[in-house]
Design a protein around this ligand. Structure first.
Ligand SMILES: Cc1cc2nc3c(=O)[nH]c(=O)nc-3n(C[C@H](O)[C@H](O)[C@H](O)COP(=O)(O)O)c2cc1C
Length: 181
């Protein structure tokens, strides 16, 4: 049985990001997978003229990582009721060429954490629209974490959140060495 390859993408560049912590908790919840974490820092603003001259190395790396992955897990904050520009910009680069990008057919688990009560729900709804536009396969169930500060202790998720992550990750249909409990 081959080891499933999963790409994690965090929509926040912040070192102490709650969403980065959530993504790390997902990697812990699926330890048998071969995880890569995308690096969005260094991806320039999308510019079709730059694209025509040749893709920037950071974009080539991201597209390769998406293409190589069996599934993608995105953890995003909500900025002004939508997804951060940094995440949208990275997705825009990787979405080319339209309908033939590495996103086509790719299963995606969407997650979002917020310090407030929203749980990034509006960002997740926008992210679903964006992913569907490029024929990626966002999973039905999302992981939405309101009041995220209450859910992590010493950077580790509480047992309930850990169980939710394990359950959500099963949707991706990846091979497992043993049933996820
Ligand atoms: C520009 C900006 C806009 C924001 N808009 C929202 C929002 O619409 N809804 C919300 O719940 N939080 C909003 N926030 C607060 C973020 O949820 C909070 O900063 C969060 O910690 C960011 O995620 P991170 O910890 O992963 O970096 C906003 C923050 C910024 C910087």
């Amino acid at each position: 049985m081959s080891t499933p390859r999963v790409l994690g993408i965090c929509g926040s560049l912040r070192v102490d990001s709650h969403n980065r912590r959530l993504l790390e908790a997902a990697t812990d919840a699926l330890p048998h997978a071969d995880w890569a974490i995308a690096r969005l820092r260094g991806i320039p603003a999308y510019d079709a003229d730059i694209e025509a001259r040749g893709l920037p190395p950071a974009v080539v790396q991201l597209k390769d990582q998406i293409g190589d992955a069996d599934a993608i897990v995105i953890a995003t904050p909500e900025y002004n009721h939508s997804i951060p520009g940094v995440l949208k910009n990275a997705i825009d680069w990787a979405s080319r060429p339209a309908m033939r990008s590495p996103f086509v057919g790719k299963p995606v688990l969407m997650m979002g954490a917020s310090p407030g009560r929203g749980g990034a729900q509006r960002a997740l709804a926008h992210l679903r629209q964006v992913l569907e536009s490029m024929e990626a396969r966002p999973m039905d169930d999302v992981v939405s974490v309101p009041e995220v500060r209450r859910r992590f202790h010493d950077a580790r998720p509480d047992a309930e959140l850990d169980a939710e992550l394990r359950q959500a990750l099963t949707q991706l249909g990846l091979p497992s060495p043993h049933p996820i409990r």
